[in-house]
Design a protein around this ligand. Sequence first.
Ligand code: ADP
Ligand code: MG
Length: 295
Amino acid sequence: VGVFVRPIEKINSVIETYPKGIAGFRRYTELLDTEPDIADRAGAVTASGLKGDIKYRGVSFGYGDGKPVLRDIDLTIRAGETIAFVGPSGAGKTTICSLLPRFYEVSAGRISIDGIDIRDMTLASLRGQIGIVQQDVFLFGGSIRENIAYGRLGASDDAIADAARRAQLDGMISGLPAGYDTIIGERGVKLSGGQKQRLAIARMFLKNPPILILDEATSALDTETEREIQKSLAELAEGRTTLVIAHRLATIRGADRIVVVSESGVVEQGSHSELIRAGGIYRRLHDAQHLVSSR
Ligand code: ADP
Ligand code: MG
């Protein structure tokens, strides 16, 4: 395995310190499936009830400025598995995840879910099978009910309440002046960072996708709130194929598999204990982790 040649100094930290919101992700949450630049193939199938067996085969990608970001990536993610992507900022973790909902198209290779090339699925149905939670939660100035229902337009009040309960948002809602009808945003009640995260989680419980992408952030949440949110996210991830762009050691340790990404691509993968035993890059990052282990 000649991939461990990259000097360790190049990998500043296993945990990205300054996660950026992803333009594509944000666009996604704001516009749902309105995406003019990617057309469905003739005969594209409607993806529904996917198990979430994901395969990247020989995937290469660049953003069009000529600089290749991903080169010949192979990655197999089994249905129900939780994968934590770790590596330095700029390594390509977000890019790898952005290709799955086709915010960008691969330049070579293919990505399949349950054996079907994602380019052979309609874009809207593919994205209907993938939920995304990131730090930047898109809220609009409507009621809290409408904001949760954004996860699945047309959801019943019962389904909305159930999602809120599972995201442990119900206690907060019952404390609001008009409950679910309370207007939030600039003209209404301002939500805390933790409440916004819970709202995003409630949306995902409502959407109930088989595949989840969590762009975890070292957000401004206090430790206690963060621990609580982590619990809800773990519940949300239960039974789904989950790709986490991981910043927190607890997430990394708890993942079924850790994928270490560096500028040279996927350099190591395995469980925490496997990677520690292997004594490679992850081990060295881990041993140096006292520098950043406050998260
Ligand atoms: P990570 O998530 O590991 O920090 P990214 O996937 O965000 O890495 O970035 C990988 C590389 O692609 C970086 O060099 C970054 O500058 C570049 N990049 C990311 N997004 C874009 C974009 N929208 N346009 C051009 N380059 C980008
Ligand atoms: Mg990133």
